[in-house]
Design a protein around this ligand. Structure first.
Ligand code: COA
Length: 211
């Protein structure tokens, strides 16, 4: 029996969020294989479709077990694309229905939700991550477990989104060689951990150890 009673399908002014499904695999792979979405951690870039398939499988297991998991984020309406950096050229129009990224609130073995997001660069800079993360966080907070997020200190846009949705910095430090299977090792990089409430020392230590 899932422990969260939050609705699976979420909606905002510009976005629809739905549990990640097999039909999303190709579009998810396109986002996760785009080097532009891994500027702060180039080694994390996906190189095989099987990685997106695994994300969908893990997400479906998470939804079944905890009532939360990963969402596909799709546009409700056409939007003008973000201007291309360093030019006056407008970006490509973002079409209604397209998958612009993924938001996550998966329950970890340590007893906290791992919150995150990754959006296609053409959609950056117009508040879409904040919009998606706001409703995803509200859904995650319908569960009893703390919501936590791990972020590299050198990723200010992501840090800003976490701050804007109301999460609090609970730890800053140099990484350890992590145990998490969901992302590459970040041992040499300064990392931050955010949470929606104070964390007990053993839980915080477990999250630090994820890397
Ligand atoms: C992080 C990410 C999701 C942000 O998406 P987005 O749609 O551009 O985010 P938003 O527009 O909602 O908000 C971004 C905020 O960061 C700020 N920001 C952007 N670049 C910044 C920078 N270099 N320094 C400081 N702040 C920055 C923006 O001004 C905005 O804050 P504001 O609304 O207070 O002005 C997107 O850049 C992304 O997918 N990056 C690659 C994947 C990733 O890093 N995921 C997070 C892993 S922990």
């Amino acid at each position: 029996m899932p422990e969260s009673s939050a609705p699976e399908f979420l909606s905002t002014t510009r976005l629809r969020l739905a549990p990640l499904a097999a039909a999303d695999v190709a579009e998810v792979h396109a986002v996760y294989a785009d080097p532009g979405t891994w500027l702060h951690l180039p080694t994390g870039r996906h190189t095989a479709l099987a990685q997106a398939e695994r994300m969908v499988d893990e997400s479906e297991q998470s939804w079944a077990a905890s009532g939360l998991g990963r969402w596909a984020i799709r546009l409700r309406h056409d939007l003008p694309g973000t201007a291309l950096p360093g030019t006056a050229l407008p970006g490509t129009t973002l079409a209604a229905g397209m998958l612009i990224g993924v938001a996550s609130a998966t329950l970890m073995d340590c007893g906290a939700h791992n919150f995150g997001y990754r959006l296609t660069p053409a959609s950056w800079g117009i508040g879409l991550a904040t919009e998606a993360a706001t409703v995803a966080l509200a859904a995650a907070q319908a569960s009893a477990y703390p919501v936590t997020a791990r972020v590299l200190a050198g990723n200010p846009a992501s840090v800003r989104v976490l701050e804007r949705i109301g999460l609090t910095l609970v730890w800053r430090g140099q990484g350890v060689a992590g145990t998490a299977s969901d992302q590459p090792a970040t041992a040499a990089l300064e990392r931050l951990i955010f949470a929606d409430r104070p964390l007990k020392p053993d839980l915080l230590a477990a999250i630090i150890n994820l890397g």
